[in-house]
Design a protein around this ligand. Structure first.
Ligand code: CTP
Ligand code: MG
Length: 239
């Protein structure tokens, strides 16, 4: 196996829980196990990646303590062809990536990292970013930024307005040479850096990282309003 993916599902979904009309802290499962269109976010994400022909194996990274129950809770057949055994993630997203990376078969040369929280990614977009990573070593899906972004100073005043035409909002999957991603995680740990995505950590090592235009439907489910949006989008798409 040379090309594999990690699907990160080990986060708790605190922002979503807080945005629910009646937050029930104990009762709700981790975000990846919530359903849209009758299927969990994790099941949607795994299916989208399994449908990308270049990916030979897809590994779920599940919350600590969920190894025995993740598949039932997500409505996934854990023995399905193309699915690798799940691993437990860690406290930070970066720890979950490291746990998945450590569990990959040693033959894997390129890995795609996908957030289970982006259930509507198209298999074609997965293939696009993988192709770019196979050629260039590192790539991520991204959308041009629609809003004007200002940087503020410590006093709360506008300090700088970057040219919007250069700005991209990062999505997943992000795909890398495994040796570059390992180096990036080790350097981040040594430097005490916590990144919000992996592309930024790989770029910190001086490696080129290709921007691959994504898809506005590949939105991350962060708040309850995103879940409602996904429900409507799926109904309109008819799947
Ligand atoms: N994730 C993970 N391990 C963590 C934190 C996050 O695998 N320790 C995963 C999430 O499950 C999600 C993806 O990384 O699929 C993106 O993270 P985010 O959208 O921030 O999800 P959560 O961390 O679950 O949500 P929140 O930050 O609101 O708690
Ligand atoms: Mg988070």
């Amino acid at each position: 196996m040379r090309v594999a993916a990690l699907v990160l599902a080990a986060g708790r979904g605190e922002r979503l829980r807080r945005s629910l009309p009646t937050p029930s802290a104990e009762a709700s499962p981790p975000k990846a196990f919530l359903a849209v269109g009758g299927r969990s976010l994790l099941a949607h994400s795994l299916a989208a990646l399994q449908a990308a022909p270049a990916l030979e194996g897809v590994m779920p990274v599940v919350p600590p303590g969920w190894l025995g129950r993740w598949a039932g809770a997500a409505g996934v057949e854990p023995e399905a062809p193309g699915l690798l055994p799940a691993v437990e993630g860690g406290a930070l997203r970066q720890d979950s990536v490291a746990a998945g990376l450590a569990a990959l078969p040693p033959t894997v040369e390129h890995v795609a990292i996908h957030d289970a929280a982006r259930p509507l990614v198209h298999p074609e977009a997965v293939s696009r970013v993988l192709t770019a990573a196979l050629v260039h070593g590192a790539a991520f899906l991204a959308e041009p930024v629609a809003d004007t972004i200002h940087r503020a100073d410590a006093d709360g005043n506008l300090a700088e307005t970057p040219d919007r035409s250069d700005l991209w909002a990062a999505q997943t999957p992000q795909a890398f040479r495994v040796d570059w991603l390992r180096e990036a995680l080790e350097k981040a740990r040594a430097d005490g850096v916590t990144g919000t995505d992996d592309a930024g950590l790989v770029a910190r090592c001086g490696h080129p990282v290709r921007v691959v235009p994504g898809d506005p439907a590949n939105r991350k489910i962060t708040l309850a309003s995103d879940l409602r949006w996904a429900e409507i989008h799926l109904a309109e798409r008819g799947s």
